[in-house]
Write a protein that binds this ligand. Structure first.
Ligand SMILES: Cc1ncc(COP(=O)(O)O)c(C=O)c1O
Length: 387
């Protein structure tokens, strides 16, 4: 055959049987079929075999299976990011005329999607007090299609009574979804506490090194698997096998990282609680955090993010000066990696609570605690001196 043909259709020379500990990175869009009669276009790769790279190569399926096994899920879909996971749940469960409930403390872009795209599609999303517990029953309407939970909440860290919310929602036939990113799918057992769909931004703890973007949607029963799966296919939420390979590596050290991050974040949080100028430390493992008792009851540990509220003697300018003065804590949004981060949240919509630009969220990384405390101490001094 001509060399041009051989370039495209070579004889494979490499030997098979490479038994390695690493999961191979399978790249591929087109899937080959033996016979025309075998051709199919089906996202059920795990059950029926591969049909198209869009629905996941073996690398993405391996990641989904491992995340699913940790969470005790029937099935886990791997999607391009945490926000894609949130969108997938909304679009799978809600349609024009649906009503959905989301806590005030939910991740900002979740609420942004509710106010933007979902509103345009005729889906009404109502925000509720994250500490409402069984009181959610009063907000459920005949057209309520979904209750979101996120525990602890983004930035303000309220720990929700997820079992009470699930019980009330299920009594009215309404499914409950949880953004379980904080717990990395392991510090809170979503399905044992009644949740129907658990999502994670794998970008955070599973990736663990701030170098990939991925999300997961885990379902616990067959009805949700099909609804989510069909929507997943129609949206074309393909993921990169290279990112999945990094996430699979991240999973191997997740246990160690979480243990160390928990210890360091707690040490820093307790230390900050004793510093002058700080009104409250919002860390789920401290009694000062709303929902702390629920955290004690339902969680097996705490993670690396928490927030500090400065007392009202400080101006917004001084809080900014604090963050700007930090050297080891970098200014950045996406938490859960090895590097410590800080960020001021000037505009937070939390009815009944006024944080007025005095709230700073910290992500504690794997640096030595003594160095992190020294960094915070010099920034606290710089804040007091700033006007
Ligand atoms: C609680 C939570 N959920 C979801 C997301 C979205 O994840 P991603 O950045 O992978 O889209 C984030 C990201 O910050 C988050 O903090």
């Amino acid at each position: 055959m001509h060399w041009r043909t051989r370039l495209v259709q070579p004889q494979t020379l490499a030997r098979g049987g490479f038994a390695s500990l690493a999961v191979p990175t399978h790249r591929g869009s087109t899937v080959l079929f033996e016979r025309q009669a075998d051709v199919a276009d089906d996202w059920r790769h795990r059950d029926k075999g591969y049909t198209y790279g869009l629905y996941g190569t073996p690398t993405a399926l391996e990641l989904g299976a491992r995340v699913g096994q940790l969470e005790g899920a029937l099935h886990t879909f791997v999607v391009p990011g945490g926000q894609a996971a949130i969108a997938l749940v909304y679009l799978a469960l809600c349609g024009a005329g649906s009503h959905a409930l989301v806590p005030h403390s939910a991740y900002g872009p979740n609420k942004e999607m509710a106010a933007g795209m979902l509103k345009r599609l005729g889906i009404e999303v109502e925000a509720y007090d994250p500490l409402i517990g069984a009181g959610i029953a009063a907000l459920i309407r005949p057209n309520t299609a979904l209750v979101w939970t996120e525990s602890p909440g983004s930035v303000t860290m309220e720990v929700q009574d997820v079992p009470a919310i699930c019980e009330a929602a299920h009594a009215r036939g309404v499914p409950v979804a949880l953004d379980n990113t904080y717990a990395a799918g392991v510090l809170f057992d979503a399905f044992a506490h009644g949740v129907d769909i658990s999502i994670q931004a794998l970008t955070k703890y599973v990736g663990g090194h701030s170098d990939l973007l991925l999300g997961s949607v885990s379902v616990r029963d067959a009805a949700y698997k099909d609804r989510v799966g069909d929507t997943f296919k129609q949206l074309g939420l393909a993921v990169s096998p290279d990112d999945c390979s990094l996430a699979l590596r991240g999973l191997q050290t997740l246990g160690l990282r979480l243990e160390r991050l928990e210890a360091s974040a707690l040490e820093i949080a307790r230390w900050l609680a004793g510093q002058p100028g700080i009104a409250t430390v919002l860390h789920p493992a401290l009694p000062s955090c709303p929902g702390h008792e629920t955290w004690k009851r339902d969680f097996s540990g705490s993670a690396s993010v928490f927030s500090v509220l400065f007392d009202d003697r400080h101006s917004a300018r001084q809080i900014e000066a604090f963050v700007d003065a930090l050297r080891l804590f970098k200014i950045g949004m996406s938490w859960g990696g090895v590097t410590s981060l800080a960020l001021v949240y000037p505009a937070l919509e939390r009815p009944g609570r006024d944080y007025a630009g005095r709230l700073v969220r910290l992500n504690v990384g794997l640096e030595e605690c003594a160095d992190l405390k020294a960094d915070l101490a010099q920034a606290l001094t710089a804040m007091e001196q700033a006007r």
